[in-house]
Design a protein around this ligand. Structure first.
Ligand SMILES: O=C(O)CCC(=O)N[C@@H](CCC(=O)O)C(=O)O
Ligand SMILES: [Zn+2]
Length: 350
């Protein structure tokens, strides 16, 4: 892009704050890195379409990533992050720490779909490199690009920085526990009680403790960068403009206070304040005829008695192993080899 076009673009962002609109409408214009400063001396770096970081003049001790739209139809988190970015660009709020915003699957936002060719949230930790050589999809390239952005962002900070990554989603089904988070597998490290208490202050009281490595975005940041990282489910998928934003005010306000370095009222940790589950079974689809044995609108966290048939496919039946075992993210419509159901059982944090 010519220097003159870059200054027009920067001026437009400073006037209207519409980074996401620009990213969706003119992704090519944002292909090359652009740096500029706000009137309050916050440094802005556009790393690519849908990828923007902010560095205050005197950065605090945190490096925070807020990502959204890894699935293009999960609109509430996109609207929340869009508002933060716009408010920062317009000088309505000022970050106190280094903050990176990621709007994940831009083309899938246009089509209002979870993804275009494949599930972006199954392509991290290098899984994009394992996809067949001819799978030259947007998602494969995007997973690589997002990994590089995360690496650059986290590696830029010094040892004094604590790293955080909240990957914001909404779920396909209704849920008995509306807001919940997946805590990626920590390979034996202790779960952070402070983080659970912080997320409780955001209105998230239910956690799934993952028991194995995955190819999700939050696991990537957790495992590769030792970040406090979570996949955060904020409610049910709705089309753009159809979200009841009052249901998100607690998470919106608390996250805003977090990135702006303002005090947050956080209760000390008590298992009784939470519903905590351990993942028991990861049920993958391996045949085309994989089918669920419960209703399509059954809410997440519905539980079963031991022995109940949950799903079947040629040559295999999948049953609950414990009384009270509950299902999360059941979806028969996934690619062969991918996760079709998580089952969870109640647990506590040590
Ligand atoms: O509602 C659903 O079935 C899916 C919602 C969603 O996108 N969830 C994430 C969870 C990722 C994780 O396990 O950390 C996903 O499936 O990618
Ligand atoms: Zn999602």
């Amino acid at each position: 892009m010519h220097t003159q076009d870059i200054s027009i673009m920067i001026n437009s962002l400073l006037e209207n704050g519409q980074f996401l609109t620009m990213s969706r409408q003119q992704p090519d214009a944002l292909k090359n890195r652009v740096n500029f400063s706000l009137a309050n001396n916050t440094k802005v770096c556009i790393q690519g379409p849908g990828i923007i970081s902010f560095t205050p003049q005197v950065p605090g001790d945190k490096a925070i990533i807020l990502s959204c739209g890894i699935h293009g139809n999960e609109t509430a988190p996109i609207e929340i992050c869009e508002q933060y970015v716009s408010d920062i660009l317009l000088g309505n709020i000022a970050v106190a720490h280094r903050v990176l915003f990621i709007f994940g699957n831009l083309p899938a936002m246009e089509t209002g779909t979870r993804f275009i060719k494949e599930n972006l949230n199954r392509l991290f930790s290098g899984a994009h490199a394992n996809v067949q050589a001819n799978a030259n999809t947007y998602e494969v390239a995007r997973a690589k690009e997002l990994e590089e952005s995360v690496a650059q962002f986290f590696n830029l900070g010094g040892a004094q920085e604590t790293r955080y990554h909240y990957d914001l989603h909404t779920a396909i089904r209704p849920s008995k526990n509306e807001k919940f988070a997946v805590y990626p597998f920590l390979h034996g490290k202790a779960h952070s009680r402070e983080q659970l208490s912080f997320l409780l202050a955001c209105g998230i009281d239910t956690f799934l403790l993952s028991g194995s490595a995955t190819t999700t975005f939050s696991y990537f940041s957790s495992h590769q960068f030792d970040a406090h990282a979570f996949t955060v489910e904020l409610g049910k998928v709705q089309a753009f403009g159809q979200n009841d934003m009052t249901r998100f005010s607690q998470v919106q306000n608390t996250m805003k206070r977090f990135i702006c370095g303002q005090a947050i009222e956080v209760k000390s940790f008590n298992n009784g304040d939470f519903s905590i589950y351990q993942v028991n079974q990861v049920i993958n689809k391996s045949q085309n005829d994989f089918a669920l044995d419960f209703a399509d609108d059954l809410p997440n966290f519905s539980d079963f008695t031991a022995g109940t048939l949950l799903a079947h496919e040629t040559g295999c039946e999948f049953r609950a192993q414990y009384d009270g075992e509950a299902v999360v993210f059941p979806n028969a419509n996934v690619a062969i080899g991918q996760r079709a159901i998580l089952t969870v059982v109640p647990t506590n944090i040590e």
